[in-house]
Write a protein that binds this ligand. Structure first.
Ligand code: ACO
Length: 370
């Protein structure tokens, strides 16, 4: 038995949800480039869950169900008010999603119909949790979700109390489409491992949020913004990056386990970053990002991943940097739940082996002789 560090190259399951083949990402066989251009996030959710794009009636019905389930139980709002204002936003989201199960009577109903209903509830409630947490910590009242608008629109509305303009909604919607699923990434694998024990969907999504939080995975988007803030100006980019590389430190938002010739999602976020920067009359973050990319790609051959340009996109949309990773979760919960439903549909316990590298034949020593 020989271990492969980080399970690199190991094919751990079959899946019909998304694929990465020769650097091309598809959801249910549709190229991500086409979806980014044409699909809404709600159409993407339907596609991931049901394996086909919705017709108008199916899309309306999904949007109605999401709207009907977006409000939080009062008990959860009460609980959110007890979180320390300085709490880590992903820790808060992880705790709140775990707590949601306590207020769902069908939390442990394992029928496929109940699991699909719970996927809807999770998708509907995550944006409301993140927005409520963000407002409560600032001493503001949470804003009730509205119906008849997209998740992207509702999230910005619940965060700020104002209806966002069409450009902001479109940009956020596209970012949500781009983050929705990604084959067997770390958080999706965590979700599948959890539910493969026949544990419930809330446990699976809670595990996934814990895995997404780390800076080697979803936490990288916040880490990119921390880096941009530390650098501060385009003049400082070169010395900052060269110094980091000389010290063998990682540059957040670069590199990928699977893509070695570039992440197909990054170009869409780069374009959005430029367009939003031009529109706001402030291209500083975009220009700093381009310069960082030139240096990191030039020096190390590493290309930006999905997290790199999303940092400047979200900041230009006025989203606080510690909500970037929760925003990733708002999108990825569509993929997590699709994978959880797929896992349940043909389940087998996920239980790999470890290559033992510790000492052998060690005898027990009584406590007084140690
Ligand atoms: N900056 C500098 N060097 C890097 C970077 C980086 N961002 N990424 C990889 N490298 C280097 C490593 O130091 C290593 O060099 P070495 O062989 O000289 O030791 C080599 O490239 C291979 O890197 P690993 O970390 O072994 O690659 P792995 O496949 O395990 O990790 C990962 C992939 C975690 C994405 C890595 O590239 C990384 O840490 N990137 C920064 C964090 C990040 O952006 N994460 C988000 C990924 S996308 C997502 O999850 C949504």
């Amino acid at each position: 038995m020989t271990a492969t560090k980080g399970l690199e190259g190991i094919v751990a399951t079959t899946s019909e949800i998304s694929s990465i083949i020769d650097g091309v990402l598809t959801y249910r066989g549709i190229n991500i480039d086409e979806l980014a251009e044409h699909a809404t996030f709600e159409e993407t959710i339907y596609l991931l869950w049901h394996g086909k794009l919705p017709n108008r009636a199916e899309l309306k019905s999904l949007m109605d169900e999401l709207a009907a389930n977006a409000a939080l139980p009062d008990e959860l709002l009460t609980q959110l008010r007890t979180y320390p204002p300085g709490a880590n936003s992903m820790a808060a989201l992880r705790s709140a999603v775990s707590a949601l199960a306590l207020y769902d009577e069908e939390a442990n109903d394992m029928s496929p119909e109940a699991n699909l209903r719970k996927a809807v509830k999770l998708q509907a409630k995550l944006p409301t949790i993140v927005a409520a947490f963000a407002r409560i910590r600032e001493g503001k009242e949470p804003i009730q979700p509205k119906s008849g608008v997209s998740i992207a629109h509702n999230f910005l509305y619940m965060l700020t109390g104002k209806d966002p303009d069409e450009v902001a909604v479109k940009a956020l919607d596209k970012a949500l489409v781009l983050h929705a699923d990604h084959e067997l990434n770390a958080s999706t694998f965590a979700a599948r491992v959890t539910v493969a024990t026949l544990s419930d969907i809330y446990s699976g999504v809670t595990s996934a949020i814990g895995a997404l939080k780390g800076p080697l995975h979803g936490g990288a988007n916040e880490a990119v913004m921390i880096m941009l803030d530390e650098i501060g100006s385009i003049e400082n980019v070169e010395s900052y990056i060269m110094n980091k590389l000389a010290n063998k430190e990682k540059i957040m938002g670069f590199g990928h386990r699977v893509y070695k010739n570039g992440d197909p999602r990054a170009k869409h976020l780069q374009k959005m970053s430029r367009e939003l920067g031009e529109r706001s009359g402030n291209l500083k973050l975009y220009e700093m990002s381009v310069k960082i990319e030139e240096l990191v790609t030039g020096q190390k051959g590493l290309k930006p991943n999905v997290d790199f340009y999303s940092a400047s996109v979200y900041t230009t949309l006025g989203i606080p940097r510690d909500l970037f990773t929760p925003l990733f979760a708002i999108s990825r919960v569509s993929g997590w739940t699709a994978h959880i439903l797929e896992q349940y549909s043909d389940n087998r316990l996920i239980r790999p082996r470890a290559e033992y590298t510790g000492p052998a034949n060690v005898r027990y020593v009584p406590i007084d002789q140690r």
